[in-house]
Ligand binder design. Structure first.
Ligand SMILES: [Zn+2]
Length: 441
């Protein structure tokens, strides 16, 4: 008897762990059960992916969905809707909301909320503070928790663990990999007096300079080495750090952002003003080149969007009152596909950075590769499709993107999560049925 499936994806070019292959994928009960399905195979639903690439469902491991606290700008329902429209099957959401996710009760609230309202699957960061260190070992094992997040330098929100003594105590609490925002808080504060309200926006990268990030990472690596606690350095933004981290591959993984691979100073500040201000800052062309070198020599483990929207009114405030952070969850996949078409990285490497990489770094169970037994998460992309990023396409309530007007070649045309098509050709389908991601405990 011919095999019968819930879903069959026919005629696509699949990005498999061992290479690209024209093959058919069979799905049953939300899992991939067959690669290579004979013509007699039948299914409840058949998707013809002729002319398309079938990627494993892509993961953005770094978003701030601002929920609770600022749902007029972004929320879990709207941000996950943006994610699936942009070709993402999973996002990992940061804890620096209002209030922050730093204890069992707030985590429980969010776990339940995700189960009701999220359009895609989610991992949740829990914030480390100087007060909750005794709870961290338990919190990091919570359902759906991808990692503890530590702000070693201040950014949006009130989470901050800046001194070595507390950082070391954090590293002794629990054992999973910790994700760090690495900028040296003392240097940030020491240099603040050199800058004034109303200075040009490009002063942002002078205040939060290369040494600020590099010093932060040197301090964290010394402590990680001493304690043996694995680290993940988020949004590395300097050539110096990328070079330095080569000696810490046994203890540290790292992320670069699509922004640092795409935007460049001073253009971003001259053109976008407050809408180009983020932490760590967008810097000169030498940083963009260093980030691409690190992508292609294998130093980088993950690429994130650091989707961190703010209201347009606030972004129009004079520097430094304009809050730092840029919209990005809906545009990360198109912008990265465009980089593939421009010859900056192979499609296989993109899949590693946006899928297998996050799965490896955070210990995801059942996601990260297109293989039998894994979740039936797929991002279908049309590598030839040309389209301009328009603000009218953005569904985050904040309503803007720093990539508006960018011409893209390569576009996500469908998002499938655990066998259900949740986005097809710009249309979001069904109802929210995202789940919490499982992690190796
Ligand atoms: Zn962030």
């Amino acid at each position: 008897m011919a095999a019968h499936f819930d879903l069959l994806i026919r005629n696509g070019t699949c990005v498999l762990p061992w290479g690209m292959e024209a093959t058919d994928v069979g799905v049953r009960d939300g899992r991939i059960v067959a690669l290579g399905v004979p013509a007699e195979g039948t299914a409840e639903q058949v998707i013809d992916a002729r002319g398309l690439h079938v990627l494993p469902g892509l993961i953005d491991p770094h978003v701030h969905l601002r929920d609770p606290g600022d749902t007029a700008v972004e929320s879990i329902p709207t941000g996950t809707r943006a994610a699936v429209l942009g070709g993402l099957a999973t996002v990992f959401d940061m804890p620096n909301t209002a209030p922050s996710i730093t204890d069992v009760d707030k985590l429980a609230w969010k776990q339940e909320y995700v189960a009701r309202e999220a359009w895609c699957d989610m991992g949740l960061y829990v914030g480390g503070t100087k007060q909750n260190i005794p709870e961290l070992a338990r919190l990091e094992l919570g359902r759906g928790v991808c990692a503890i997040k530590i702000f070693a330098g201040s950014s949006t929100g009130d989470l901050l663990v800046e001194d070595d003594e507390h950082l070391e105590r954090v590293m002794h609490a629990g054992r999973r990999r910790i994700a760090y925002h690495s900028e040296d808080e003392y240097r940030l504060q020491d240099r603040k007096h050199m800058f004034h309200r109303g200075d040009p926006h490009r002063r942002h990268m002078e205040w939060r300079d290369v040494e600020c990030a590099f010093l932060g990472t040197r301090r964290l690596m010394a402590l990680a080495r001493a304690t043996g606690r694995p680290a993940h350095i988020l949004h590395v933004s300097t050539a110096e750090e990328l070079d330095y981290l080569k000696d810490f591959r046994d203890i540290a993984t790292c992320e670069v952002l699509v922004n640092h691979l795409t935007q460049v100073a001073p253009d971003c500040y001259d053109r976008l003003e407050g809408f180009g201000v983020m932490n760590p800052p967008i810097r000169g062309p030498e940083v963009r080149e260093a980030c691409w070198r690190a992508i292609n020599d294998g130093m980088v483990d993950t690429v994130g969007s650091d989707h961190a929207p703010h209201s347009p009114e606030n972004k129009r405030l004079p520097w430094p009152d304009c809050p730092a952070g840029l919209t990005g969850v809906q545009t990360i996949v198109p912008v990265m596909l465009n980089h593939v078409n421009a010859g900056r990285l192979p499609l296989m490497r993109l899949v590693d950075l946006l899928c297998a990489g996050p799965a490896r770094v955070y210990g995801v169970v059942g996601k990260g590769r297109l293989a039998a037994g894994y979740d039936a998460d797929f991002t279908l992309v049309d590598m030839k499709k040309q389209r301009r990023i328009e603000e009218s396409w953005i569904v985050s309530p904040c309503g803007w993107t720093p990539f508006a007007g960018m011409d893209i070649t390569g576009w996500p045309v469908a998002t499938i999560i655990r066998g259900r098509t949740v986005m097809r050709e710009d249309e979001v389908l069904g109802r929210p049925s995202g789940r919490l991601v499982k992690f190796v405990g």
